[in-house]
Design a protein around this ligand. Structure first.
Ligand code: AKG
Length: 417
């Protein structure tokens, strides 16, 4: 078990370069903190010393880093503290294994530990947290043969397509185009910043066939994610909570033990670097690389019927790819901004104050003049949203979308604009 455990945890005997602490800046952290990290690392990796001491040391270091991450504003915490948190999480995982080798839950506990380390600290040492998680999950699966394309449990309602009677009626349809040439998309939409729905451009994604709440649970149900609780992020009672994907699915997708049917949204979360196995089922549409960006930001948007992304815009080009369920989308071009009442400069100045589907015209009279386009996205549709195009999105059923935010090429394709 020891040898297998070391392999899963990416512990390589006698090769300290894999865990070199020169990733930490002594000028920021101070020499005593670096010395403490080194002591903890040595205790962690020396399997002949007491595993309890190694565990205590790594827990103390983790707690210290946690306190540093939580003093002041999250965004202003120096990245070195994130690295300490990530490194200490891995050290704790190794010593936890040493102390609990015989526990039946040791590997799922370690997945949770490393997952939290990755979520809060990013990763260190060539992605050691994600590598450990993948190895541990593979090991758990080989032990329990849990992963299968089995049908959802009987208590779980199958995903339904939206009833025709529940579809909002659409007046001004966003233009749609089926499998355009790469250069046509670039010339007619990307360069002109003109929104469009691309049809049949993600037909080869295995996700379209495979993904369901149960499949997501099987692949990454134990992973901890930040969930937005509340109907929309502009509401006063809106808040965020960390929970496992499994708990999110039970409470907010299937509404189990959620008598008030509270809405929650796993929104704009980079689930794909947290659970890279999901990437095997999707692929950035070729149009993105053709337009000059081969490393788009990928985010997951997973939620029940009724999630609302209030009217807002983003600075980057966006492909919003619909994998599961339906979403109502409304777009207003940048030229309509004068009718949209953005919040005052500050955190929400890219967000309109108007409740799009129920506007208070006495407070926002000019909103009536704003012209817009609409669409109901279905699985397999890609919505191209240009930068600074206002978008409002409401899910009409349980829904999973993947967004790719991308930039214009710095040198080539768009330099002649
Ligand atoms: O799908 C959603 O709810 C919002 C998506 C969005 O705002 C985005 O991709 O920028």
């Amino acid at each position: 078990m020891l040898a297998t455990g070391k392999k899963i945890l990416c512990v390589r005997d006698g090769d300290a370069t894999d865990y070199a602490l020169d990733i930490l800046d002594p000028k920021v952290l101070g020499r005593t903190v670096i010395a403490q990290c080194q002591k903890t690392l040595d205790a962690t990796l020396d399997f002949s010393t007491s595993s309890n001491i190694a565990l205590e040391d790594s827990e103390a270091l983790l707690l210290y880093a946690w306190q540093e991450l939580n003093t002041g504003k999250w965004a202003s915490v120096d990245g070195n503290w994130h690295k300490v948190y990530a490194a200490a999480s891995w050290m704790k995982a190794v010593s936890y294994f040493r102390c609990n080798m015989d526990s039946p839950t040791v590997w799922s506990d370690i997945v949770k530990l490393c997952d939290m380390g990755h979520l809060m600290g990013g990763d260190v040492w060539n992605g050691i947290l994600i590598r450990t998680i993948s190895n541990a999950e593979e090991f758990i699966q080989s032990q329990t043969k849990q992963i299968s394309d089995s049908t959802p449990e009987s208590s779980v309602a199958p995903l339904k397509r939206l009833k025709a009677s529940l579809r909002p009626s659409i007046q001004y349809l966003i233009p749609e185009v089926c499998q355009p040439y790469l250069s046509d998309f670039q010339d007619l939409h990307f360069r002109q910043k003109r929104s469009v729905v691309l049809k049949h451009c993600m037909d080869d994604w295995p996700a379209l066939e495979k993904w369901s709440p149960e499949y997501i649970r099987q692949l990454c149900g134990s992973r901890t994610v930040p969930v937005e609780i509340g109907r929309r992020y502009t509401d006063d009672d809106w808040t965020q909570e960390l929970m496992t994907i499994g708990a999110f699915i039970d409470k907010y997708i299937y509404m189990k033990d959620n008598p008030e049917h509270k809405i929650a949204y796993l929104a704009q979360h980079d689930l794909f670097s947290q659970a890279p196995v999901l990437k095997e089922d999707i692929a950035p549409p070729d149009y993105i690389a053709f337009c000059g960006d081969d490393d788009p930001d990928m985010n997951a948007w997973f939620g029940p019927e009724g999630t609302v992304s209030p009217l807002h815009y983003d600075p980057k080009h966006n492909f919003l790819c619909q994998v599961m369920g339906e979403k109502y989308v409304r777009l207003y071009s940048e030229s309509q901004t004068e009718f949209l009442y953005p919040h005052a400069p500050g955190m929400l100045n890219n967000t309109s104050q108007v409740d799009v589907e129920n506007p208070d015209l006495s407070q926002f009279p000019a909103f009536e003049k704003a012209s817009f386009y609409e669409y109901i996205l279905e699985p397999g549709d890609i919505l191209y949203i240009p930068p600074r195009e206002w978008h409002f999105i409401r899910s009409l059923s349980i829904s999973f979308s993947v967004s790719f935010w991308f930039n214009e090429s710095k040198s080539g394709s768009t330099s002649n604009l």
